[in-house]
Design a protein around this ligand. Sequence first.
Ligand code: SIN
Length: 487
Amino acid sequence: MSMNSVNSKLVKDAGHIAGEWCQADSGATIAVYNPATGEQLGQVPDMGINETRAAIDAASKALANWSAVAPKERARLLRCWFDLIIEHKEDLARLMTLEQGKPLFETRGEVLYGASYVEWYAEEGKRAYGKVFAAPTADKRALSIQQPIGVVAAITPWNFPNAMITRKVAPALAAGCTVVLKPSEETPFSALALMALAEQAGIPAGVINMITSSQAAAVGKVLTDDSRVRKLSFTGSTRVGKLLYGQSADTVKKLSLELGGNAPFIVFDDADLDAAVAGAVISKFRNAGQTCVCANRILVQDGIHDAFVARFKQAVEQLVVGNGLDDSSTLGPVINQAAIDKIAGMVDKAQSEGASLVTGGQRHPAGELFFAPTILTGVTQQMEIARQEIFGPVAPVIRFKDDAEAIAIANDTPYGLAAYFFTESHSRIWKVAEALEYGMVGINEGILSNEIAPFGGVKESGLGREGSSQGLEDYMETKYLCMGGIR
Ligand code: SIN
């Protein structure tokens, strides 16, 4: 099955600047491949510095009009975009499976998840309230208003080709900002399809501009150096996030950074075993382990360790590895050769450091980029596999004795995005939730992402929150108004 199976009005092989679909000035292109088969799906323009500047020009020009549109009208346009996404959900899901690899049940879920941000911010944009303060003297009045921050640059990853775009663009637009977006060059078609639907919804020219490019460093530098860009929102690695953070200092941009994670998934002796196993499978193997919030280390208490590992093995061996377009598949490929080589290397190294293989452990015959779902036991916090983000379908299990040890291991990382734990004790729920140095904690729950939640991390996992009312505030500035001479 190829791109022909997708509604052709959604298949765009051009960037989008100032309301025009356009090619790279140089004519250069980037080939896009299906990770499940290696087949070339198509190509998109390889844009660079000039096109990025043109996109910022367009976003700056569109800003005055867009920010002056009444929030209710912006909400109507976002709602229209939402309705079109829902109307085309099956095509968007197929397109995403083709270029990203995750199974259809997951891409269908992601389209709905992505759309939920558009719906939520269509509603939330109408509630950007200011405040009136009690003034310090009788002749003064003091208040604050919320205003759009300005032109926003958004850089989005390949692991959620739809939802990471809507999670940034929808609040930006609802707030009255305009956007220059660079989607991942691995998954540009999902981004361009969303752009086509935004255009159809009537979102005006220049409000969303899309640059497809393989020149991430050059494009990132133009976006960070330009003082007209007032906010940068990036989802990706901690390494690149730090670079963008540094580059944004000169123009003192506001930043949202959603970076790497090293999520602990803690199973205490008193956990509901079935729930913990189900939570571990979904948290670890969602998107073949390629999410920033995937369980990266599974910490299991002594008393339940062997029973948990036995049940977890049974559940993991039921995963169906295969092309995501096949409705029976539950685990797709990883994104590219570098990813699978890194995963294979980490699994080998963990075994050479003393970990034991319970299941999996090697590449899967379904194709070059498929890795068998893997469980390792006897892992320690000192091993590389417990310190690095795996971003693949590999579950390292670490055994622990008591709460203090679990918390110490869980917090022993520079990352602080998501953590999970399973227990039936309400005292433990509070104590552990408070002790974990993470931005998000799943309690008896393996999936925590949704549009109402303030998604984001602490420590080197990032800055800011996406989703919820906080996600809107992150695209706005507070302006304090002080009125004197009141008689
Ligand atoms: C991510 O991996 O960056 C996002 C995961 C999510 O939204 O659940």
